[in-house]
Design a protein around this ligand. Sequence first.
Ligand code: HXC
Length: 258
Amino acid sequence: MPEFILVNPQVAPFVAHLQLNRPKELNALNLELMLEIKEALIQLDADPKVRAIVISGNERAFAAGADIKQMAGRTAMDMLKIDQFSTWDSIRKTKKPMIAAVSGFALGGGCELAMICDIIIASETAQFGQPEINIGIMPGAGGTQRLTRIVGKNKAMELVLTGTFISAQQAHYYGLANKVVPIEFYLSEAIKMATLIAEKSPLAVQLAKESVLRAYEMPLQEALYFERKNFYMLFASEDQKEGMAAFVEKRKPEFTGK
Ligand code: HXC
């Protein structure tokens, strides 16, 4: 049984909910918690009853970053040997869409965890930031890379170099948060978005997610080639036949994931 997370594999039809659960430490991401997230995502990815995954913290904090107390005494060689980023690489490989439901602090590794998700729904109280610079380090799990691709170089530079936070509204303005909603709705809104995605063909969703990720992980020509191959491949699925037949027959498609 995981100690630091709660997993509900069916919070809504075909939608799972993974909640970070170290509230006293503002969900600070210790190594154990990250491993639990990784293991849970591997299981949810393999579960045919799950088609989209919502990841949240609680109202006060999505996650206030990597666990500073756990890292404080470590040497460079300790960090290298622990190799925590292989856990992050595994999380990135989750095939199903992940929606971050962010309320309160999403800082450092917390902001990076939200960005590794595919969509971010923010509560009005959310605050995003990469404050590592304040403790003498820099972001290590994508904060200088994903953030820069999402918000642009100058804003990323400001956040990474000053360590200041931005509000949910600003995060929305810069394209980091897809939507900002009142605090009482941030989780339900994320589940609603996940449900909308879970109604689609899971094959099309998986290949479309992979293709969008290539947009900022590969040079354009290679990414376009990748997209094209995935596009062709979907014409081998029953869901493509069903989806197009349903359109022609003016009815709702019934996707089976085949
Ligand atoms: C360990 C943390 C923590 C963290 C909060 N806590 N953030 N413990 N690691 N990242 C603990 C506090 O020590 C405290 O425990 C409790 O949570 C509540 O926090 P407070 O500071 O009392 O709350 P508040 O005054 O409201 O301030 C909230 C805060 C502040 C602004 C979020 O906690 C803060 O600045 N936290 C650190 C944020 C940060 O620097 N994050 C980046 C980490 S480096 P006690 O026991 O004292 O009550 C990083 C690198 C990622 O993320 C690299 C890749 C993985």
